[in-house]
Ligand binder design. Structure first.
Ligand SMILES: Cc1cc2nc3c(=O)[nH]c(=O)nc-3n(C[C@H](O)[C@H](O)[C@H](O)COP(=O)(O)O)c2cc1C
Length: 369
């Protein structure tokens, strides 16, 4: 995973870079990729209840921000939801388990948003088996009550930052328990820190899996606006590094480069600054289980937001490829009863407020409408 947004400047002497750019303040002010973030403001501005619900659903968390959703609105009151297979992640997600979880996050957000306009959603998962749509959803104006978690939709984030060195409170733990297994015991937290850090390094040092992330990097405002998905390395700091040739896809891929070393150091810090974890498991591992895990993760992420906490999925140890096997086994030993599948693992704690990530507009996701 490449270096997180905005953190690299101090290490690489970015203050002087900005000074060298001259007019630093003006530069800072113009680096926001407004076009890529426009879907956050557009959510809820549609009169058609389906488009309205979808305009929120596309703000869902999803692996590598691939946004693999496509919707067919050609049947009245109905949304046929497809997973766009051109967005697959064959190296880090060879069975599309995580991408399917992302579709579950999308579905849950769609259901929560539909309730805001008094619509219930009749949901038929995989109506034609795995080859067809992920879901057929019919919106019914049945006076469904709004969901209190909706209030957190705009502020929900995956927070890829170090968390404060303070425990989450017993009250917060109790509030989150209906959503996921919450891990706060020091020995278990320490074991998971060690696991997530080892697994992260395995992904980063396995060229084909690391390249999958690096290929999806969008560096600087122009790239992010042109392709509002993937791993966005924007903002004034990283943009200035890129301008000075200190941040590039080539540099990120080279394990002997200083960029790579900085990325490793930063992620080490992030993963170690973790007071608690949340985990989701399932007894079986069907596509329906994966959708259900996504729906639960979305609700957990909204609940953490509503309770002043940050959540950051850390999926490396859950990934299914040969080099990761040892960590995958360890994750299951630590988190799952025998034979169950760990679907999600996330860092939990007090993180800083972070910017929203880019999204493709709804109009680009409608097929055959
Ligand atoms: C199934 C799944 C797995 C994810 N795994 C990771 C991960 O391993 N590391 C990470 O930094 N983010 C991970 N994410 C978070 C996504 O990167 C994030 O949802 C996406 O970039 C959009 O950002 P947002 O959630 O802040 O809107 C994962 C999300 C999902 C749904």
């Amino acid at each position: 995973m490449p270096i997180p947004r905005r953190r690299a400047l101090a290490i690489l002497g970015g203050g002087s870079i900005l000074a060298a750019l001259g007019g630093g303040a003006a530069f800072l002010a113009t680096r926001t990729p407004e076009r890529a973030l426009a879907p956050w403001a557009a959510a809820g501005r549609y009169s058609d209840p389906r488009r309205n619900a979808l305009s929120y659903a596309l703000l869902a968390p999803n692996p590598h921000n691939r946004q693999p959703w496509l919707v067919d609105l050609s049947k009245p009151d109905t949304i046929e939801l497809y997973r766009d297979k051109t967005k697959d992640l064959p190296h880090t997600d060879p069975f599309s388990r995580q991408l399917t979880i992302g579709m579950g996050c999308f579905i849950e957000l769609m259901v929560i948003a539909a309730a805001q306009t008094g619509h219930g959603v009749e949901l038929d998962l995989f109506p034609k088996g795995e080859g067809g749509p992920v879901a057929r959803a019919r919106l019914v104006p049945d006076g469904t009550e709004p969901d209190p978690l909706f209030a957190a939709v705009h502020d929900r984030r995956s927070c890829k930052e170090p968390f404060e060195d303070r425990p989450i409170t017993p009250k917060q733990t109790a509030l989150l328990k209906p959503f996921a297994t919450i891990i706060t015991a020091a020995d278990r937290v320490a074991a998971l820190v060690a696991l997530t850090w080892s697994a992260w390094q395995t992904e980063a040092r396995t060229t084909r899996t690391y390249k999958e992330s690096v290929d999806l990097m969008r560096i600087g405002k122009a790239e992010i606006n042109a392709q509002p998905d993937g791993i966005d390395l924007g903002g004034p700091f990283l943009s200035s590094l890129a301008l000075f040739g200190l941040l590039s896809r080539e540099g990120q891929l080279d394990p002997t480069s200083s960029q790579f070393a900085q990325g490793v150091a930063l992620y080490r810090r992030i993963l170690h600054a973790t007071p608690a974890y949340a985990a989701l498991t399932s007894a079986s591992n069907t596509r329906a289980d994966q959708i259900e895990a996504g729906r639960r993760w979305l609700r957990l992420n909204l609940a953490t937001t509503a309770n002043g906490l940050s959540l950051h999925p850390v999926s490396q140890a859950l990934q299914e490829y040969e080099e990761m096997r040892e960590h995958h086994d360890r994750a299951h030993q630590l988190l799952a009863p025998k034979g169950h599948t760990v679907q999600m693992l996330g860092r939990l704690g007090f993180g800083p407020r972070v910017a929203p990530t880019p999204r493709w507009p709804l109009e680009t996701k409608i097929v055959d409408a």
